[in-house]
Each structure stands twice: as C-alpha cells, then as structure tokens.
Write a protein that binds this ligand. Structure first.
Ligand SMILES: [Zn+2]
Length: 286
C-alpha cells in the first residue's frame, strides 16, 4: 500500500512538474528559436559559427575558385517575387521537345528510371520549361491554375507538370504518383510545390501534378520541417547569422556581395533567392 502511495505521489509530482519545466524552457529560449528547435537529434539544428573564424569570400573569388557552385534551383518564384523580364535560364533537352534546367532534367530521368514498377501506371510530363509568351497565353486562358508571366517556375525550367495514364491535373492525385514522388522524390530533390493546406502561403491552389526541383538536401530539410519554399526562405532569411546544420552540411541565407564561409567547409552551392539574397550550402570537410 505504502509502495502504491509512493508511486502515485511520484506520478503526480512528475505530471505537475513537467508542464512548468517545459514552460520554463520555452520562456528561456527566444520565441523565434524555440519553434525551430529540433525534435530529434537526427534532425537539422541551428549552429552559430564563431565570427572570428569565418572566412570572407567575394563573388569574384567564388567565380574563380568554385565556378560550378552557381545554381538557380532555390530561386523563389511567385506573384510577389516574379522573375526579371530578361531572365534567361540554362536549359537542356528533357523529353521530346521539352526543355528543363539541367539538374531538374537529371533528377527527373533518375525518378522515371527508378519508378518503373509493374503495378504503377506510366509517368509522363505534360509541361516543363515555358517561355514568357507561352506563360502569358496560358494565364489568359486559365487564370485560376496558371500564374501570370514572370510568376511561374516553369519559366525557369525548374518545375514539371506530371500526368499518368490519361489522368492529369487534379485527377493525377488518384494515381498514387503524387504520394510516391513526395516520398521517394525527396531524395532526388523534388518537392510538391503547392501542397494542400498551404494555399494561403503559396498563393496557389493544391496542385498534385506540379513538382519543383530544389536539390536533395533542401528537399529533405523542407520535408523534415513540413515547409513550402516560401516558408523555407523565410526560415533561412529570418536567421541570417545562423547556419542550419544537417548531416555534414550547413545552409544559410546571406545578402552578399561578400559572403561568410565557416572553417573546414567547402562551398557547394550559391543560389540567388530572387529576393535580394543568396542561399549558400557548405559541406563540412572534418
Ligand atoms: Zn506547373
């Protein structure tokens, strides 16, 4: 009996102490940071690098030392952040006369090759790169599902509209492909760009057929935190002094034109955000 009473007392104490302890922790952490704290050690964490150890890089230095790090794959393109009128993407053939950004095309080829399962209907591409003129024409026909010229990722060759066995548009949702690509496609760098429930953030209705290439690391970080591209940009630009650390990589937003590089890292990617900044990705070397 005494043992039972003691156990009950311990349990009651734990239940009452736990919320107040949690509250204390919440109060201790800055509000903006608390929401970003990882829920598991396997997840990404924010790190503050020692300012005195950061190496300063200029664009000229980067162009000379790591010319292949320049990417377009994280550019945020929407109604608020349209592409410059003279924006010219670099494109490669994708399928038939369709064109796409080189990384997007390579990732789609890998996705299509790895997804040939007998029970799954064949996958095909309805739309990839679009010219500004074509985007304008499509928008005039259907202003609900087609963004105005400048606001579409298709103009950068970074988005693919997919279909399968006569099911395209909203019907593509019934094919099982959207869930498959949301799972497997993340490791190849794809995100479902306009998900259900995030319409107020993306400004676009749910589009189960429209996938955007952002690269495997960033797709994984967005999936981990259930973020749209708009939210991912807000997360990084809201913490410009910090580096988001994940499995040997560091990601950060910087305004340029001079950039900060943490020690013992190599610069993998430098990507303009389309919002007067850059997202930099580093790989730790030790
Ligand atoms: Zn699309």
């Amino acid at each position: 009996m005494l043992l039972l009473m003691t156990l009950a007392l311990i349990l009651t104490t734990l239940l009452t102490v736990q919320p107040s302890l949690r509250q204390k922790l919440v109060q201790k952490a800055p509000a903006s940071l608390w929401t970003l704290l990882p829920v598991s050690p396997a997840f990404s964490v924010w790190t503050q690098e020692d300012d005195s150890l950061l190496q300063e890089l200029t664009l000229a230095q980067i162009k000379e030392e790591t010319p292949n790090c320049f990417k377009e794959t994280l550019r945020l393109i929407n109604r608020k952040n349209p592409l410059p009128r003279d924006y010219t993407p670099s494109l490669v053939p994708l399928s038939g006369d369709l064109l796409a950004d080189p990384d997007t095309a390579a990732a789609y080829t890998a996705l299509a090759a790895g997804a040939q399962e007998p029970q799954r209907p064949p996958l095909w591409i309805v739309s990839a790169y679009r010219t500004r003129a074509l985007q304008e024409k499509l928008h005039q026909k259907d202003a609900l599902f087609t963004l105005p010229a400048g606001a579409s990722e298709h103009q950068a060759g970074l988005a693919l509209d997919l279909a399968s066995s006569g099911k395209e548009g909203p019907d593509f949702d019934q094919t099982g492909w959207p869930d498959y690509i949301r799972g497997e496609g993340v490791s190849l760098g794809f995100i479902l760009r306009y998900p259900k429930g995030k319409e107020a953030i993306t400004g676009v209705p749910y589009e189960p057929w429209h996938f955007r290439y952002v690269g495997p690391l960033h797709a994984a970080l967005m999936a981990e935190r259930d973020l749209t591209l708009e939210e991912y940009h807000a997360l990084l630009s809201g913490n410009p002094q910090a580096f988001l650390s994940w499995r040997g990589y560091l990601v950060c937003w910087q305004s340029g034109p001079r950039f900060r590089q943490p020690p013992n890292t190599t610069l993998l990617e430098l990507c303009p955000t389309n919002t007067n900044g850059y997202i930099l990705t580093f790989k730790k070397t030790s």
